[in-house]
Design a protein around this ligand. Structure first.
Ligand code: SF4
Ligand code: SF4
Length: 160
């Protein structure tokens, strides 16, 4: 059964109206004070002015961009073509193509990385026992060409 609504008295109505007349402007002034504070102290603004700051913008260290191979001081990548990262990837975004060196030892031929299917989970990086890969800081990864999502990460054949 529907309950009967208690009629609001004229006194309570005026009281509530006056309360709103006071709290409304106070709330507005509190909001404006934040705007004014940042207007006079622009160095405190944390919002990134992208794309104007594109050249100086640094992502957070824990940000995961796209996968890349790590090179040593001689420019050789550290990958031994063991294939552990390939197995660790949950959606087959990595293909390790091996080859053999003159001594018949297995080395990295091509490190194929499918950026389009990569979810930047970082499991491959965690799984690599040689610390040979990392997620870089690139953040403009979109492209109009599907082909640009198919990458060969090693510029030359891997170490023996
Ligand atoms: S990146 Fe690491 S885990 Fe992957 S094949 Fe190379 S050495 Fe093995
Ligand atoms: S970050 Fe995740 S999805 Fe991307 S290649 Fe590595 S394991 Fe696969």
């Amino acid at each position: 059964m529907k309950q009967k609504e208690t009629p609001i008295s004229a006194f309570n109505y005026i009281k509530r109206y006056l309360k709103r007349c006071i709290t409304g402007p106070i709330s507005l002034l509190m909001g404006l004070s934040v705007t004014i504070r940042y207007f006079f102290s622009p160095h405190k603004i944390v919002t990134e002015q992208y794309p104007e700051n594109k050249k100086t913008l640094k992502m957070h260290p824990r940000y995961r961009g796209r996968l890349e191979l790590i090179e040593d001081e001689n420019g050789e990548n550290l990958c031994t073509a063991c294939g552990i990262c390939e197995k660790a990837c949950p959606n087959a975004s990595i293909n390790i193509l091996c080859t053999k060196n003159m001594a018949g030892k297995k080395i990295l031929g091509r490190y194929l990385y499918h950026l389009g299917s990569c979810t930047q989970c970082g499991l491959c990086v965690e799984a690599c026992p040689f610390g040979a890969i990392r997620m870089n800081q690139e953040f403009e990864l979109s492209s109009e060409s599907v082909d640009s999502f198919e990458l060969i990460l090693n510029k030359k054949e891997g170490r023996s």
